[in-house]
Design a protein around this ligand. Structure first.
Ligand code: PAF
Length: 284
């Protein structure tokens, strides 16, 4: 596995592959890799000749009170996992390499509307930071395909829209959420949970499953259902940010006859902000 710390090294390596006629897949990450990331790498290796993984804890997607400094960083372990997982190149740029010097970053990429909804309501500016770094990474690597976990479904939807509206020549592929045996969605932020909270955290997924059953059983008063599950999460010890039923295609409020839905939830448990979602296909 090659490792590039600079944009010049990255471009040299990827440029050589392109000249040799190889297709490239990109898996953007913030490091602290778990099985979910390795599934993205596995999928990347199946759909292109070369798999590039980027590892960069992107400061612009963290708010002033977010966990940028505390975000788990495990570079040596990540490197070993990627080597074993068959990555061809690991891109680990510094902040200086990616962003111009303080005080200002003048050019941002923004996907208005959806970026201010759901998680965006609670993390202002977060999706602007995500769209900006993902756009930069796509420009730097110029992959044929880029892969993202479906756990961050709003992020995935925003990236798809950005790529579509900016006509970026890349396919965006979502990869199914990987779960612990308890049902808890794998996430780097699960590291913030105590052993007891880790057991409790699986309750978030159980609530999503229960909501899906109620939708499948014909319940259609979505506002009531959402409010009910916010209360249930609070009673189960979470501090919920939201519990929402949306149209799968674009995360808009669903029409009454919508069949392809997704339930999304975000809730705090101790120091961890957990997010998860579950798709729902209604037959009637
Ligand atoms: O999902 C993540 O890990 C990050 O938001 C991403 C896509 C790597 C951008 O920093």
């Amino acid at each position: 596995m090659k490792q590039a710390n600079s944009i010049a090294e990255l471009r040299a390596a990827v440029g050589e592959w392109r000249l040799a006629g190889c297709s490239v897949a990109l898996v953007p990450t913030m490091g602290n890799l778990h099985v979910g990331h390795l599934q993205l790498l596995e999928a990347a290796r199946h759909c292109a000749d070369k798999a590039v993984v980027s590892s960069f804890v992107n400061p612009t997607q963290f708010g002033p009170n977010d966990d940028f400094d505390a975000y788990p960083r495990t570079p040596e372990a990540d490197c070993e996992k990627l080597r074993q997982g068959g990555a061809d190149l690991l891109f680990t740029p510094s902040g200086k390499e990616i962003y111009p010097p303080e005080p200002s970053l003048a050019a941002y990429v923004e996907v208005p509307g959806l970026s201010d909804d759901l998680c965006g309501r609670f993390r202002p500016g977060h999706f602007r930071g995500v769209a900006t770094i993902v756009c930069k990474l796509l420009n730097l690597v110029q992959p044929r395909i880029a892969l993202f976990g479906e756990k961050d479904y709003q992020q995935l939807t925003i990236i798809r829209r950005m790529v579509d509206e900016l006509n970026l020549p890349v396919e965006i592929r979502g990869v199914a959420t990987v779960r612990e045996p308890s049902g808890l969605a794998m996430s780097s932020r699960n590291a913030y949970l105590s052993p007891e909270e880790t057991l409790q955290a699986a309750g978030l997924y159980r609530h999503l499953l229960e909501a899906r059953e109620r939708l499948a059983a014909g319940e259609r008063r979505l506002a009531e259902l959402e409010a009910d599950f916010v209360d249930k999460l609070a009673s189960a010890g979470f501090k919920p940010d939201y519990f929402a039923v949306r149209r799968l295609a674009d995360l808009a409020q669903p029409n009454p006859d919508e069949r392809e839905l997704i339930i999304l939830a975000a809730a705090w448990l101790g120091k961890a902000r957990l997010i998860d979602n579950l798709k729902v296909r209604l037959s009637r």
